[in-house]
Design a protein around this ligand. Structure first.
Ligand SMILES: Cc1ncc(CNC=O)c(N)n1
Length: 220
């Protein structure tokens, strides 16, 4: 396995407080230690369903950009896009199992803001290096958060293990590493202003992920 360090790794180190805030948020830490409130999980489920629906056109826009760059990149992004269909079905099944209505749910501000960010990043004028960095960061936060819930010493409630495995599995980790390598390669070749824009986007994604988790843990 090639090294997935590169520029993205230096950013993780540089912004480690924010990165840890997103990947070790109280919401997922409580899943791991078994103290999660079932209503918090339900809140997350409904809001993430909204997010994932908006994630589809974003991914499609990255797919178009990737297809113009390299056939290998396109295949990695296509793999992610293909899995979203099953993911949407999974959200619907989980919601009906847990009596969560997806029909007339309240979209919280943090969710709406995050979806707006995705919409902006979907525009054709957003550089591929910026879009793929955002894509990697979005996936990596979930990968790191849910993998932690499955690591040794966890007390994750059995009924939440399946959810954790969606993003915490070794397969999803490999996919995230591939995205990270693509991002690093693009960033190495990118002009300085594009690298700066990608770093800003990385930070913005982390902030939105934290706000998003906050909605799930909090009452509003
Ligand atoms: C808010 C958020 N961030 C990342 C992901 C993971 N990607 C696709 O499922 C997600 N579902 N939700």
């Amino acid at each position: 396995m090639a090294d997935a360090g590169g520029i993205t790794k230096t950013w993780i180190k540089k912004h480690v407080i924010l990165y840890t805030g997103a990947t070790r948020h109280p919401f997922t830490v409580r899943i791991r230690d078994g103290s999660i409130d079932p209503s918090a999980f339900k809140r997350w489920l409904a809001q993430d369903y909204v997010f994932v629906r908006e994630f589809v056109p974003f991914m499609a826009s990255v797919l178009i950009k990737a297809s113009k760059q390299s056939p290998e990149d396109m295949e990695v992004v296509l793999g992610g896009l293909a899995s979203l269909s099953g993911e949407i079905d999974w959200f619907k099944r989980e919601a009906s199992k847990r009596d969560v209505s997806l029909a007339n749910l309240t979209v919280h501000n943090a969710t709406r803001n995050y979806c707006r960010l995705l919409e902006k990043l979907t525009l054709p004028e957003v550089e591929y290096a910026v879009a793929i960095t955002a894509f990697w960061a979005i996936e990596a936060v979930y990968q790191e958060s849910f993998a932690h819930c499955l690591e040794d010493g966890n007390n994750t409630p059995p009924e939440l293990v399946e959810a954790c495995q969606r993003w915490g599995s070794p397969g999803f980790r490999e996919y995230c590493r591939s995205l990270q390598q693509i991002a690093n390669r693009c960033l190495e070749k990118a002009p300085e202003h594009v690298v700066a824009a990608a770093e800003t986007t990385f930070i913005t994604i982390l902030e939105h992920e934290i706000e998003f988790w906050n909605v799930s843990s909090g009452g509003t």
